[in-house]
Design a protein around this ligand. Sequence first.
Ligand SMILES: O=P(O)(O)OC[C@H]1O[C@H](OP(=O)(O)OP(=O)(O)O)[C@H](O)[C@@H]1O
Length: 486
Amino acid sequence: MIPEGASLIYTNFTARTARLFHGLPDYDGKAVVLGVQRAVDDIVEMWRRTFFSVNKSVALKLLRRRLERSLPDNCDVDGLIVEFADLHDLGYLPLRIKALPEGRRVGMKVPFMTIVNTDPRFAFLTNYLETIFSDELWKTIVNATTAFEYRRLLDSAAMRTAGSTAAVSYQAHDFSMRGMSGVHDAANTGIAHLACFLGTDTIPAIDVVEKHYPEHDDSYQYGCSVPATEHLVMCLGGRETEIDTFRDLIVKKFPTGIVSIVSDTWDFFRVVTEFVTRLKTEILARRPDSSGQAKVVFRPDSGDPVKIICGDPEAPMGSPERKGAVECLYEVFGGERLETGYILLHPAIGVIYGDSITLARASAIVAGLEAKGFASTNVVFGVGSFTYQYVTRDSLSITSKGTYAVVDGSPTNLFKNPATDDGTKKSATGLLRVDEVSGEYVLREGVTPGDEEGGALQTIFEDNVFLRRQTWSAVRANIEAELASY
Ligand SMILES: O=P(O)(O)OC[C@H]1O[C@H](OP(=O)(O)OP(=O)(O)O)[C@H](O)[C@@H]1O
């Protein structure tokens, strides 16, 4: 549909508005740039595997079959096939992709990526790829922005109540995989959590960062987990002998290090009162493993998370339910009063809650613990699909728009600005340049081709060659710098 004389099309990707994003009350409306490198790698590889490396006649036959069977006959399939035949002869995607550094945060309507064709025969390609780039990127960016908010919440609560953020890298653990849309989705958006935290049960996300953001040091820690039971394990042990299942796990199967045990199979408050009293000697006798820790972590998994952890003010006076999990464990094991004045539970025990956690619930739990005099780091959060799947592309309105083209040799600035919109959908125009001014990314529109070459958007990919690859430690360093400057 584009004019025959079009030789260049230039498009940008941007987050347009955070109106629907659920951040902390002081969220400043920026998006975390993440996943571009992974998406470019996978899209290029997908084209290699399904098109360029397939015998030309076979590739074109498959393409023709799909086009003819899915489009009405008013479409010029022969014309499309000629374009794809030429592309197959070229043998790669003739694109220049520029992006902001991953792990940095960018304001709304400032592009984090631009794409332009490098061969005048394939101007159509730029926006032909709009959908797949959007599809591969939006959720990683939204979830990285959410993970950043969890990190801000937990860092600031830890500083206030524990006097240190040392434990926070492990204080949010990714529980989302079973609630995501397949392995691809879980893995490629699970990297968002790993940009801000180390703990994850989305193991394929570790594979993704190791593959696409490799470190030189083979011992680099991209992400980690701990031994943890599911309800099945507890059910297999039997209701009447549940305490024996706990004892077996604590004493025989995992006599050292961290072990996390789901504890609500029948009666959570019986576990954190009666069972822990009976098992106290065995729990305190456990020894550190290579992590330097020896901790039994109790996992409630039902009820109101805030009340279960912090206590239910409407429960009967003196009842375990009124005290909540942390206070119950404190009564049995004690803890240390930190210099901040808040109490940290004995290092031999801990609590993780991972059922339908949201930023709002995590905030309420942290505040509830603080109000009771307990450090925020007494609880670890299992951040699951209730956080990472309850999002849409509109959470940050991530979109792609063509802003510049060359047609019949003439450059033209493009833009949309619908009269029926409130201005949110108004696009940038012309060639774009992003500069960093006092730590903020600022967009300049309609710049010259020479000016477009400079600025913070850096060429990461050109004509099948990845030119600038970030390591995961560089991504995390950017996240840390963003946290420090918030
Ligand atoms: O809801 P999410 O945010 O994804 O959190 C993860 C949840 O997934 C698991 O539940 P599971 O499906 O095993 O069963 P359950 O709901 O009966 O606990 C886990 O026990 C958490 O409760």
